[in-house]
Design a protein around this ligand. Structure first.
Ligand code: ZN
Length: 210
């Protein structure tokens, strides 16, 4: 794993390690590719103070972009999008899988034509699911100004067609199953969503005095 070493990325990585987000093993990603490192980003979102701090940093590059709505992607982007929306002082919605497996805006969420939308995701790998969200937002004539991610696992290589700003950029190896060295060695592959968890070590920080 190689990580960019800006102060912000180092701080963010420290938070992800502390909250046991960073996992090593043999994992099958949503895209079908295999990898030896997975980020269980939900774990950091147990902690509102960590999430708020990360979301503020994610919002920072888009402060002057005229963002009117933040759109998260279910499930991983819902809480982050809410906190990024708070940081930008705008409303937050989320897209989710519809009845036919396509990404949709449901629950009464609507965008006005021309509304400037920032898409928020926890981790971007191949960008496949993000592109589906961008497509659905554009069907409502929204203007997608960019994507804010906690982690870009592509080492900055993924092209979403809009600016992507990730707090942490990692170069994580990914393989087609046929080319995966761990498959070849007979290591069982795990769906990262199937983790059973020990109780978290990181405890919520007491509220600061007003
Ligand atoms: Zn494999």
């Amino acid at each position: 794993m190689q990580a960019q070493t800006t102060m912000q990325a180092a701080e963010a990585l420290q938070i992800l390690r502390e909250t046991q987000v960073v996992r090593e093993g043999h994992f099958r990603l949503t895209s079908g590719l295999h990898t030896d490192l997975f980020l269980l980003c939900s774990l950091v979102q147990q902690f509102p103070h960590h999430t708020a701090r990360l979301a503020q940093a994610m919002a920072e590059p888009f402060q002057s972009s005229g963002v009117q709505v933040v759109a998260g992607t279910a499930m991983g982007g819902i809480i982050l999008a809410y906190e990024v929306a708070r940081a930008l002082g705008v409303r937050g919605v989320f897209a989710e899988k519809g009845p036919e497996g396509r990404m949709v805006l449901r629950r009464g969420f609507r965008l006005a034509p021309g509304e400037r939308v920032l898409v928020v995701e926890d981790a971007v790998s191949t960008g496949g699911s993000i592109k589906k969200v961008i497509d659905v937002l554009r069907t409502q004539d929204a203007e997608v100004v960019g994507v804010a991610a906690l982690v870009d696992r592509s080492g900055g290589q993924v092209d979403l067609g809009v600016p992507l700003r990730a707090l942490i950029t990692l170069t994580v190896p990914m393989w087609e199953p046929a080319a995966c060295p761990m498959c070849r060695s007979g290591v069982p592959v795990v769906d990262p969503k199937d983790f059973t968890e020990a109780p978290p070590k990181s405890q919520p920080r007491p509220r600061d005095p007003a």
